[in-house]
Design a protein around this ligand. Structure first.
Ligand code: F0G
Length: 456
């Protein structure tokens, strides 16, 4: 059979409230054209993020009932620790309430003024935590990773030549090197096993630990299986284990590839850093056997980690994301190629060439998607990255709109509807206005900035 069906049945449903175009035009105006301000009840298809939006399985909900809420030494913690250890062999595993809490703790310990953190591409919260500590976050993704049309299979790879130069010139101020897997800000593109191995070798040459920002590790592993020579017959589990065998630590947002609604962890081998991390954890998150989580959350993560590496699940996941990307490509809408794991990224700069980057073409498309179809998406362009630490504005490398697909939530007909809305927008795209910012906060402005459409 050539049809790949959703490898699950639906046991519990959540109604979607149907809205009219007039209602949506009013709703988006009332929140100053920032989709983060919308009430989710006013959204029909929510593609804002794949983070914390997964549908949990019956097994995970059963685990929730089993969760033990002891303050210290809960069996749920040990089940969680074992599930992580099976895939990621780090000595110290420190649960946190989500990924950025792990980042905050890590960079409070290793960051600081004058330090440099190289990465393929820092995600926005990672960059914010690096910069908040006073350090500089360097993005060193390969050139192909910045070209939306390049079909290179591993566009998340870090540029080893650039990394080697940075290490040679600045090794005294580099506490660790990071790889974000998959590279979310660069289009959800995977990093190859060879690149991870070679990054590790470079790090070892300078005695620097390699940390993985591992949010979408299972999707990355599946891409390695599909695209990298020598991995086709390997299990995803063994690929995951090999990926992490080259690392010395990781930060994790379990809201992605641990298939839960809240959770994360920091894992590492360095005893001193782990002691420092646990101290900060106790002040900010909680006792080390629960972090910022309930026992039931730890159970759900442990089960999610087993489910996410199932190949039926991953095949459905990657194929269903590619289905949307292919349909948009077929109607001539420019997207980041090849389609990433968790999202389709529309190249708003090419799609709306009449809107200059300084007028945020991505934000304009986000507003159109909502008004036209009740679809909520997220700008990843100059709104998110254009504001520099010194307060100046510089266009981002790409003006993207991300259609992030929640795990196990929407069916193919939901996605067919999304495709139809794009058909409609395509017909009217020349009439979409640029946007201007009327108010913004000092950091992470995309969450709360206020906009107005520009008049022609
Ligand atoms: N690193 C990456 C690569 C991420 O994509 C995210 C979150 C984080 C770290 C932080 O994790 O949200 O649990 O604190 N990404 C979400 C997104 C928010 O929509 O892509 P968190």
């Amino acid at each position: 059979m050539k049809t790949i069906i959703e490898p699950f049945k639906i046991k519990s449903v959540e109604p979607i409230r149907m809205t009219s175009r007039a209602e949506r035009a009013m709703a988006i105006r009332n929140v100053h054209y920032n989709a983060f301000g919308l009430k989710s009840e006013d959204v029909m298809i929510d593609l804002l993020t794949d983070s914390g939006t997964s549908a949990m399985s019956a097994a995970q909900w059963s685990g929730i009932m089993r969760g033990d809420e002891s303050y210290a030494g809960s069996p749920s913690y040990y089940r969680f620790e074992e599930a992580v250890h099976t895939l990621m062999p780090f000595k110290y595993i420190i649960p946190t309430h989500q990924g950025r809490a792990a980042e905050k703790i890590l960079f409070s310990i290793v960051g600081g003024s004058g330090k440099i953190i190289p990465n393929n591409t820092h995600f926005d919260t990672t960059r914010a935590n690096v910069e908040f500590s006073g350090a500089i976050g360097l993005d060193l993704v390969i050139e192909e990773g910045k070209d939306p049309q390049s079909e290179y299979p591993f566009k998340g790879n870090i540029d080893l030549k650039k990394l080697s130069d940075v290490l040679a010139n600045h090794h005294d101020v580099i506490p660790l090197v990071m790889l974000t897997i998959t590279n979310n800000s660069g289009g959800g593109q995977p990093v190859s096993m060879q690149n991870i191995r070679e990054t590790k070798a470079l790090c070892a040459q300078y005695g620097k630990p390699l940390f993985i920002d591992a949010c979408r590790f299972a999707e990355n592993a599946y891409f390695i299986k599909l695209r990298e020579e020598g991995f086709a017959n390997r299990t995803v589990k063994s690929i995951v284990q090999e990926m992490f065998s080259y690392a010395d630590g990781m930060t994790m947002s379990a809201k992605k590839d641990a298939l839960v609604n809240m959770g994360g962890w920091l894992a590492l081998n360095d005893e001193q850093w782990a002691a420092g991390a646990r101290n900060l954890l106790i002040i900010t998150e909680g006792f080390p056997t629960y972090g910022g989580l309930s026992g039931r959350d730890l159970e759900a993560m442990a089960i999610g980690l087993e489910e996410v590496i199932q190949e039926d699940y991953l095949q459905y996941r990657i194929v269903s994301t590619a289905y949307v990307g292919q349909a948009l490509t077929d109607m001539g809408i420019p997207i980041v190629r090849p389609v990433g794991g968790h999202a389709v990224y529309v190249d708003a700069k090419s799609f709306l060439p009449h809107i200059a980057p300084s007028s945020y073409p991505g934000q304009s498309l986000v507003v159109a998607l909502y008004e036209m179809g009740g679809i909520r998406a997220c700008e990843i362009g100059s709104v998110m990255f254009g504001k520099q630490p010194d307060g100046t504005e510089r266009p981002a490398a790409m003006e993207l709109v991300r259609l992030a697909i929640p795990r196990r939530v929407y069916t193919q007909s939901h996605m067919d509807y999304v495709i139809e809305v794009f058909e409609e927008i395509s017909r009217q795209k020349d009439r979409l206005p640029g946007m201007k910012i009327t108010w913004e906060p000092p950091m992470l402005r995309h969450f709360t900035a206020q906009f107005e459409p520009e008049t022609f």
